[in-house]
Ligand binder design. Structure first.
Ligand code: ADP
Ligand code: MG
Length: 619
C-alpha cells in the first residue's frame, strides 16, 4: 500500500516524504519524554538549554492564559497546589467512581457531576478534562522535538501501561490529536521497553520477557511473549500507589523520627518542601554513594545507604509478591523467563536490581537508561511503522476509526484507526428515556468528534426493547471487522436477549487521498471539535441532572422543607438557563452549585426512606 502524507500547514496531500520524522513519546505519570531515530539509533531529546530529557508531567496554571509545563510547573506544587495539576495520567479515561481512592490524595480539585461520567479537573472557575491536560504535556514534547529538529513534527507513537483499557487508550489518542499529533499507534510500555533492548525487532526472536517497571508513583510488572515480531501480553500486575515517592516518604518519616523535628517546623510549607526535596536528593545520591548528609535549617539531615535499604525493603518485597502472582497468572515458572528488563527511575536504586535479580535468578538488563527505555522503544516502534526496518512484519490495519453516533450527535469510536485487522471490539450503552422501545444505531467512519463531519456507513434499528426505566437496558454493540474490511455490527439488549445485526463494507468507495484529507481535517479541527464535544457533553449531563432533580422533588415532597424546595427549583432553573445559553464552564459551575446544595438533602431523605422501609421489620 502506497503511503500518503499530509502537510498540516498548507493542507496538501502527497506521497510520503523520505525524511519525515515520527517521534516516540513516553507519557508518564511522573515524567514524560520524547525520542526519535538519529542515524539508525534511538535517542531522547532535551529541551534547548535543559539538563535532562525528562519533562515532569506537571501543569501549572499561572493564569487562565498562561500555562507552564514541567520543571517550572513543579516549582509551584507547594505554593499553589490548587492551580498545579500532577499525575493526570491517573485520571485519563476514568469516571469519578473509579477514583474514590485517588481523589483525596490529590492537591487539586476533581469533579463528578453525574453517575459514571468522566472526571473533570477544576482550576479557578474553569473545568478541564484529563485529555486536555495530557494534550498540554504532549504539546510541550512536540514543541521540544520540533525545535530540536528544526522542522514541524506531526506524527507520533505514544506509550501506555499494558493494563490500560479501551477508554484509557482512546483518551490518550484524543490527547494526541488535540496536541496536533497524528497518533500512528498506541504501544504498551513494556513492549516499548523490550524494543529499546532490540528484543523482538527481528522476526526470528521467540522469547518470554519480564518487564519490571518501578516509577515515581506506580509499580507495573508485565510478562510478554514475543514470537515473529508479535508481542503478546501474557499477564500484568502491579500497585498503582507504590513507587519512588514512597521511598522519599520513608526517608522523611525516618528524619522526623530520628531528629524529633518540631511541630512548628512541620507547619512551615517552605521547610516541608525543603525536607521533601532533600529526601529525593538523598535517595538519588544513595544510588551511587554510601551516605548522605545535608544541613537544612537547624537540622543535620543524615542517612546511610544501609539505613535507606532497610526502610524500603518491605516496599520491595511487596513488588516481588506481585511478581510472583504475575508469573502464576501467566502460567510461567522462573526458569521459563528468558530476560528481565528494568524500567523506571526507581530501579536505579541498587538494592532494587539486587533483589529483582535474586528473585528471577538471573542478571537483569539495565544497560539502557531505565528513565529513557520506554521513550527510546517508542521511537523504535515509530521507525518500524515508517517502514525503515525491512525485516519487520507489518500487519494490516484499519485506516480510519469506526464507531457509532451517541447522544448529541457525538462520534463514539469502537475500533480505533490503525487497529490490527481482523479485529473485534464492543461497548455497552443504555437508553436515555423511560420506556424507550427502539434504539437507532448509526455507524460512522472517521476521526472527527461530531458524526456530521464523518462518513456514514449505515444505520439500523434495534427494536422490541421491553419497557424499562431510562438507564436500565444494557445494550451491547459489537463491531467485528474481518480481514477483507467487511464490518459486522451486532446490537443486543442483554436483559431481554433481543438482537439485530447488519453487514457493512467499510472501505467501499473511498480513496486513499480522501482518507488522508479526513485525517488532516480531524487534526486541524481538533481544538474546535473538542470544544463542541465538551459543550454537548456538559449539556447532556445537565439534562440528566435536571431530570433527576425533577423526579427527586416530586417523589420526596413530604421530606423536603418549603425553603429547600424553592431553593432547589431556583438552582434547577438556573442550570436550565445555563444549559440553553451558557458555556461548558458555566454549565459545569451551575451543576456543581446544584449538587453541593442537593447532596446533603438527598442523603437525609435517603436515611428517612430507609428508616421507613425498615419500620416493623426484624433485622
Ligand atoms: P513514571 O514512569 O512514573 O513517570 P519515572 O520512571 O520517571 O516515573 O521515575 C521517577 C522516579 O524515579 C522518581 O521517584 C525519582 O525520584 C526516581 N529516580 C530518578 N532517578 C533516580 C536515581 N538515580 N536513584 C533513585 N531513584 C531515582
Ligand atoms: Mg514510566
Amino acid at each position: 500500500m502506497a503511503k500518503i502524507s499530509i502537510n498540516l500547514k498548507d493542507g496538501t496531500v502527497g506521497r510520503e516524504e523520505q525524511d519525515e520524522v515520527i517521534i516516540g513519546i513516553d507519557l508518564g505519570t511522573t515524567n514524560s519524554l520524547v525520542a526519535y531515530i538519529k542515524d539508525g539509533k534511538p535517542v531522547t531529546i532535551k529541551k534547548t538549554g535543559g539538563s535532562s530529557s525528562l519533562v515532569p508531567s506537571i501543569i501549572h496554571f499561572a493564569s487562565e492564559e498562561s500555562i507552564v509545563i514541567g520543571e517550572q510547573a513543579a516549582e509551584q506544587l507547594v505554593n499553589q497546589p490548587e492551580r498545579t495539576v500532577y499525575s493526570v495520567k491517573r485520571l485519563l479515561g476514568k469516571s469519578y467512581d473509579d477514583l474514590t481512592d485517588v481523589s483525596q490524595r490529590l492537591g487539586y480539585k476533581i469533579i463528578d457531576n453525574d453517575e459514571g461520567g468522566l472526571v473533570k479537573i477544576q482550576v479557578g472557575d474553569k473545568f478541564y478534562s484529563p485529555i486536555e491536560l495530557s494534550a498540554e504535556i504532549l504539546k510541550e514534547l512536540k514543541d521540544v522535538a520540533s525545535k530540536h529538529l528544526s522542522k514541524a513534527v506531526s506524527k507520533a507513537v505514544i506509550t501506555v501501561p499494558a493494563y490500560f483499557n479501551d477508554s484509557q487508550r482512546q483518551a490518550t489518542r484524543d490527547a494526541g490529536k488535540l496536541a496536533g499529533l497524528d497518533v500512528l499507534r498506541i504501544v504498551n510500555e513494556p513492549t516499548a521497553a523490550s524494543l529499546a533492548y532490540d528484543i523482538g525487532t527481528s522476526r526470528s526472536d521467540s522469547e518470554v520477557i519480564v518487564v519490571y517497571d518501578l516509577g515515581g508513583g506506580t509499580f507495573d510488572i508485565s510478562i510478554l511473549m514475543i514470537e515473529d515480531g508479535v508481542f503478546e501480553v501474557l499477564a500484568t500486575n502491579g500497585d498503582t500507589f507504590l513507587g519512588g515517592d514512597d521511598f522519599d516518604e520513608a526517608i522523611i518519616a525516618y528524619w522526623k523520627d530520628a531528629l524529633s523535628i518540631s511541630p512548628a517546623n512541620l507547619e512551615d510549607k517552605n521547610f516541608v518542601q525543603a525536607l521533601r526535596l532533600s529526601a529525593e536528593e538523598a535517595k538519588k545520591s544513595l544510588s551511587s554513594s554510601d551516605s548522605f548528609s545535608k544541613k537544612v535549617g537547624d537540622y543535620n539531615l543524615e542517612i546511610s545507604k544501609d539505613q535507606f535499604e532497610k526502610l524500603i525493603t518491605p516496599l520491595l518485597e511487596k513488588t516481588l509478591d506481585l511478581s510472583r502472582s504475575c508469573l502464576k497468572d501467566a502460567d510461567k515458572k522462573i526458569e521459563d523467563i528468558d530476560q528481565v528488563i528494568l524500567v523506571g527511575g526507581s530501579t536505579k536504586t541498587p538494592i532494587v536490581k539486587r533483589l529483582v535479580s535474586d528473585f528471577f535468578k538471573k542478571e537483569v538488563n539495565d544497560t539502557v537508561d531505565p528513565d529513557q527505555a520506554v521513550a527510546l522503544g517508542a521511537a523504535v516502534q515509530a521507525d518500524i511503522l515508517a517502514g525503515n526496518r525491512k525485516d519487520m512484519l507489518l500487519l494490516d490495519i484499519t485506516p480510519l476509526s469506526l464507531g457509532i453516533e451517541t447522544i448529541g450527535g457525538l462520534m463514539d469510536t469502537i475500533i480505533p484507526r490503525n487497529s490490527k485487522v481482523p479485529s473485534r471490539a464492543g461497548r455497552q450503552y443504555t437508553t436515555s428515556v423511560d420506556g424507550q422501545a427502539n434504539l437507532k444505531v448509526a455507524v460512522f467512519q472517521g476521526e472527527r468528534d461530531l458524526v456530521t463531519d464523518n462518513r456514514k456507513l449505515g444505520e439500523f434499528v434495534l427494536s422490541g426493547i421491553p419497557p424499562m426505566a431510562a438507564g436500565m437496558p444494557k445494550i451491547d454493540i459489537k463491531f467485528i471487522l474481518d480481514a477483507d474490511g467487511i464490518l459486522r455490527v451486532k446490537a443486543s439488549e442483554l436483559r431481554s436477549n433481543i438482537e439485530t445485526e447488519v453487514e457493512i463494507k467499510s472501505q467501499y468507495g473511498i480513496s486513499e487521498e480522501e482518507m488522508a484529507l479526513m485525517l488532516m481535517s480531524s487534526i486541524q479541527n481538533a481544538q474546535s471539535d473538542m470544544e463542541k464535544r465538551s459543550l454537548i457533553e456538559a449539556q447532556t449531563e445537565a439534562q440528566n441532572v435536571i431530570l433527576h432533580s425533577h423526579k427527586f422533588l416530586t417523589q420526596n415532597k413530604d421530606h423536603i422543607s418549603t425553603d429547600e424546595h424553592l431553593q432547589l427549583e431556583k438552582l434547577v432553573s438556573q442550570l436550565e438557563t445555563q444549559k440553553q445559553s451558557g458555556s461548558k464552564d458555566e454549565i459545569n459551575a451551575a451543576m456543581e452549585t446544584l449538587n453541593d446544595y442537593s447532596r446533603p438533602i438527598a442523603e437525609r431523605v435517603m436515611d428517612v426512606n430507609i428508616a421507613e422501609a425498615l419500620k416493623g421489620k426484624d433485622i
